[in-house]
Each structure stands twice: as C-alpha cells, then as structure tokens.
Design a protein around this ligand. Structure first.
Ligand SMILES: Nc1ncnc2c1ncn2[C@@H]1O[C@H](COP(=O)(O)OP(=O)(O)OP(=O)(O)O)[C@@H](O)[C@H]1O
Ligand SMILES: [Mg+2]
Length: 266
C-alpha cells in the first residue's frame, strides 16, 4: 500500500475498519470466555482513541469495555497532527494494532496500581489485546458525568470535592508511585458524591523523566478548575517532598495521608 491514496480511499478505510472491528470483537469474545464479562449491552461513549461499551460483569453488575482503536488509521486523513508524524505513517496496520495493545496493557497496569493504592478509580476487571474491562461508574445505564460537564457552579460543596480529589492525587503519587499525566476535569467522573479518576493510559511511574512536568500540570489543572484554592507551585513542592518520605505513611479517619504525622494541608 503506497502513501498516496485517492478515489479508493473510502473503500480502503472501510476494509481496514471492518478488519479492526472484527479483531476487537474477537477480543471481546475472549473476555466473555474468560468470564470477565457475560454480556455486551451497547455503546455508551466515545473518546478520542477509544469506544466505551456497556457490558455485564461476571458479578452481575454493569461493567464497561474500553476498546482502543488505532487512531492513526481511522483519522489519518483528518488529523494533520498524526499525519505529520512520520512514525505513524510508515507503520503497518498490524503494528498500529500492536501499539494500541501496548497502550491498553499499560492503562490496565496503571489502573490496577492506582486501585491497589486505594485511589478512587473504576475497579479493573481484565483486558485482552486492545480491550480493557473495568467497573462501570454511573446510575442505571447512565455513566456519571465528567466534572467538566457538571461545572463548578453546580457542585454543592466544592471544597469538600477539592479535598477529596487532593487525597486521591496524593495517594496516586505517594502510595501508587504514579503521576496520572492527563488529570483534568475531563478525566474525572463525578457521581454527585465522589470523584472517580479515569483514563490512566498516559500515567508514568515515579522516576520517569517527565515525572515533575506531568505532576506540575496535573496539580495546575485541578487547582484551575476549583479557582486556585491553593498555590500551585507550593502544592507541587509539598507533593514531591512527601513523595520522598521514607518512613511510615498512615491514613487518618478522613482518608488523608499522614506523613510524619501530618496531613498535606492543615
Ligand atoms: N468506568 C467508566 N464508567 C462510566 N463511564 C466511563 C468509564 N470509563 C470511561 N467512561 C466514559 O467514556 C469516556 C471516554 O473514556 P476515557 O477518557 O477513558 O477515553 P479516552 O478515549 O482516553 O478519552 P479522551 O477523549 O480523553 O482521549 C469518558 O469521558 C466517560 O464519559
Ligand atoms: Mg479521557
């Protein structure tokens, strides 16, 4: 297949799409065989790189499948930012699929790590190839809205919610040893009571070269949404300092981490 595609483009993309869909479908069937899920109920959302499908988990409760699609194939013609990246241009479809599988595995690993550390995230259920299964966050069949969709003005107790997100941010960094890397009101679901942090594909382990850049940005975006209840740089520094603590870390009755006996804020 050459680089120049013309009148046959739509046919080409249709064939590619069909191939990818049947590939993803086979992975969904695999998750059923493994009893991670029992039924597939229907699509409920669409991200930039993934489709979100409602399913029934083995425990009888709703689950979601996040199906990662190779963006470069599907949006190649529309997205100059991907088109312009020579690394994608020359990749075969099988390589592109391999890339999203690596991404899916990475998101599952990060999600599991955060979950184990007690961060409020959807419970990871399993994954196969480019399909990730996790707990569904929502009521009936309706997914909880994004914090960005809810808007600050509609939150009854913005301080309470901010503190709750801060607790989760600190647990992510100190206990899970991760930086989310794409934390923002667009990746936090709010069920009216609790925030749920989603979309862990870009998270990095502490020690990663981008650790501080990402942490600073995550902190900044959360503070921005809440109208800067704290100074961003001061909070960033506190997190880094607390992350370097080598002694015992305890959790108090309100869920705050106690490091050297102290909360991150007094
Ligand atoms: N566990 C879940 N429960 C309910 N809804 C979910 C869940 N996970 C994802 N969603 C919904 O699907 C959307 C896309 O999910 P996610 O952010 O993980 O995908 P993405 O493709 O990486 O998104 P983006 O557009 O940010 O790149 C979310 O905004 C949310 O509305
Ligand atoms: Mg997202």
């Amino acid at each position: 297949m050459g680089c120049v595609r013309s009148e046959k483009d739509s046919d080409y993309y249709k064939v590619v799409d069909d191939a990818i869909n049947s590939y993803a479908w086979a992975a969904v069937v695999k998750l059923q065989e493994r009893r991670v899920i029992t039924d597939v109920l229907g699509p409920i959302g669409q991200g930039k790189e993934a489709k979100i499908i409602l399913a029934r988990g083995a425990d009888g409760r709703y689950a979601v499948l996040k199906i990662f699609y190779p963006v470069p194939v599907r949006f190649k013609r529309r997205s100059p930012y991907i088109l312009g990246d020579p690394r994608f241009r020359n990749l075969k479809i099988s390589d592109q699929l391999h890339l999203v599988e690596v991404w899916c595995r990475k998101e599952f690993g990060n999600l599991s790590r955060a979950y184990e550390a007690g961060v409020r995230v959807p419970r990871p259920l399993g994954f196969y190839r480019n399909v990730l299964a996790m707990e569904f966050i929502g009521v009936d069949r309706n997914p909880a809205p994004l914090l960005a969709e809810v808007g600050l003005e509609n939150i009854e107790d913005p301080y309470g919610l901010f503190y709750d997100i801060l607790k989760n941010l600190e647990k992510t960094y100190v206990l899970a040893g991760l930086v989310h890397g794409d934390l923002s009101p667009f990746n936090i679901l709010y069920d009216g009571q609790n925030p749920w942090i989603i979309d862990w594909g870009s998270a990095v382990r502490r020690g990663h070269p981008k650790e501080f850049e990402y942490l600073r940005r995550d902190v900044e975006r959360v503070l921005e949404f809440f109208g800067y209840p704290l100074d961003a740089e001061a909070l960033f520094k506190k997190l880094v300092e607390r992350g370097a603590w080598r002694g015992r870390v305890e959790v108090d009755e309100e869920g705050w981490l106690l490091i050297g006996g102290k909360r991150i804020i007094d």
